[in-house]
Design a protein around this ligand. Structure first.
Ligand SMILES: [Ca+2]
Length: 238
């Protein structure tokens, strides 16, 4: 983690505490993210260049939501991308999941004024349904609610709108380890001993925005803890 960010041939690889990883090619406007906390991933491409040219789980990038499944039932479509195991078993396990019958009242609270400014950027309805589905299947409504709120705020941040107050409004825990602080939507790469040494490469990160745990001002990430930037490269820390 402390070797990151890595800059190579116009590509940036970043790691955030909490094990979020981003691979970005700023010149082409390409970005892939992986979130270890929920095994989530996202891929961002400019639609101008990739309109109707993508395929796979994320859809075909043609601006229409209703044709992503390639005219297949959801289970067949999803399981066709399975890397290991039998397609039959995959489809069966998906069919065993009961359909969502109604929204959970707690999940409907996502429709709160704190998120209102983001509605035009990210559709809140999908998140209320996802929250309800997770709440029913995981059995812990509050955990499902907070995870969904966090993911919604994250998508708003990537759409350009940082929402600072949601954890307090919804009473969700976003604590960070040690002396790190949680930021909803911070610009730039996380500061590490490597980035301190390479300021010009660090400036390539300016377009990136992400939520997560960050070291406080003046400190940088060294492995999994924050140290004073002046101590980078020294063997012993006191
Ligand atoms: Ca489509």
């Amino acid at each position: 983690m402390d070797k990151l960010p890595v800059h190579s041939n116009g590509m940036i690889i970043l790691g955030y505490p909490g094990r979020t990883f981003i691979v970005s090619i700023p010149l082409m406007n390409l970005e892939a993210r992986y979130y270890e906390e929920n095994s989530g991933f996202s891929v961002k491409v400019p639609s101008k260049r990739y309109f109707n040219k993508t395929e796979g789980l994320c859809g075909n990038c043609n601006g229409k939501k209703d044709d992503e499944l390639d005219n297949k039932p959801l289970s067949e479509f999803v399981c066709s991308f399975q890397v290991e195991g039998q397609p039959d078993e995959c489809e069966k396990s998906m069919e065993e999941l009961p359909e969502l019958k109604e929204r959970i009242p707690l999940c409907e609270k996502l429709e709160d004024p704190v998120f209102e400014a983001c509605y035009p950027l990210v559709d809140i309805e999908i998140y209320i349904e996802a929250c309800s589905f997770d709440a029913v299947h995981s059995g812990d409504q509050k955990v499902a609610f907070c995870k969904t709120a966090k993911e919604y705020a994250r998508q708003c941040c990537q759409a350009g709108l940082g929402i600072e107050d949601w954890p307090e409004v919804f009473d969700c825990d976003v604590k960070c380890p040690g002396d790190m602080e949680y930021s909803q939507c911070r610009e730039g790469c996380p500061q590490t001993c490597s980035s301190v040494k390479n300021e010009s490469a660090d400036s390539m990160c300016n377009q990136l925005k992400n939520d997560g745990c960050f070291c406080v001002e003046g400190k940088v990430l060294n492995d999994t803890t924050c140290i004073d930037a002046t101590l980078c490269g020294k063997t012993h820390y006191f």
